[in-house]
Design a protein around this ligand. Structure first.
Ligand code: HEC
Length: 250
């Protein structure tokens, strides 16, 4: 019995140590896109795209998106042309065999901030700003984790020494993160009157990144509901048919 107790105590101690090393579990947020009836909030998606563009795109790519995909969050063709045209795209080679820069088009992929991984690391204290296309799916905790990292810059606890160029974060594994706090209150001028608190910007940009990781989420959920309804109706019909067929046997 005593052995059992000490084994359990040891496990708990390891658990606590592991949690300290991994980063605390981020609190669950309410997301409009979770659950079987979940849908994306269009206004939040557009604000989130704005946050990405103004506060994240300098370091992080969203490799899987094309500018034309912005139609999915409610932008019209002309808006998309204008947004794409702000980007500088490397194209070529031209007739003289040289690469050249041109304004972006809706058919271009979102432009990456760095030419390659080494350039990205060199600009970020050796750390890699990951591609954000799949980040809300690729991390344990999903959107809650990303929201946690964005809002988790707290005072460094006493007794913790950070390495040079690192920031303390409550939810990033290991707590030391090379990314400086990317969101500031009122850092992005929202057009629709929403107050741009750090939490609001985090919520919006995570919603946008969740959409980027699965633009067809709404269609998938609607199809799921239709399939369920079909199965329920079909079950009723088959049951009725079975009773009718067997009625004479009993
Ligand atoms: C100045 C450059 C810079 C900006 C701006 C920036 N990041 Fe980062 N970000 C980084 C770097 C570098 C890392 C890697 C940190 C590390 O490994 O210590 C990172 C890490 C992250 C992570 C953690 C990824 C993981 O592996 O778990 C997330 C999530 C993230 N960034 C999201 C964002 C979002 C969303 C924005 C915009 C609101 C943003 N970042 C803005 C540089 C940046």
């Amino acid at each position: 019995m005593r052995r059992l107790i000490s084994a359990v105590a040891l496990l708990l101690a390891f658990g606590a140590a592991a949690e300290a090393a991994e980063g605390a579990k981020p609190p669950a947020q309410h997301w409009s896109f979770s659950g079987i009836f979940g849908t994306f909030d269009r206004a939040s998606l557009q604000r989130g795209f704005q946050v990405y563009k103004e506060s994240c795109a300098a370091c992080h790519a969203v490799n899987m998106l094309f500018y034309r995909d912005l139609k999915g969050i409610g932008y019209q063709e002309d808006d998309i042309k204008a947004i794409a045209a702000q980007a500088k795209v490397m194209d070529g080679p031209n007739d003289a065999g040289e690469m050249f820069e041109r304004a972006g088009r809706p058919s271009d992929k979102f432009v990456r901030p760095f030419a390659n991984e080494n350039a990205a690391r060199a600009g970020n204290n050796g750390a890699l700003p990951v591609d954000l296309s799949m980040v809300t799916k690729a991390r344990v905790g999903g959107p809650d984790y990303v929201y946690g990292v964005l809002t988790g810059y707290v005072q460094t606890p006493a007794g913790v020494t950070l390495m040079e160029g690192m920031n303390y974060n409550a939810y990033f594994p290991g707590h030391q993160i090379a990314m400086p706090p990317p969101l500031q209150a009122d850092g992005v001028p929202y057009q629709d009157g929403t107050k741009a608190t750090v939490e609001q910007q985090a919520k919006d940009v995570v919603t946008f990144l969740a959409w980027a990781s699965e633009p067809t989420l709404e269609a998938r959920k609607q199809m799921g509901i239709k399939v369920l309804l079909f199965l329920i109706v079909m079950t009723g019909i088959l049951y009725a048919a079975k009773r009718k067929v067997w009625a004479s046997v009993h």
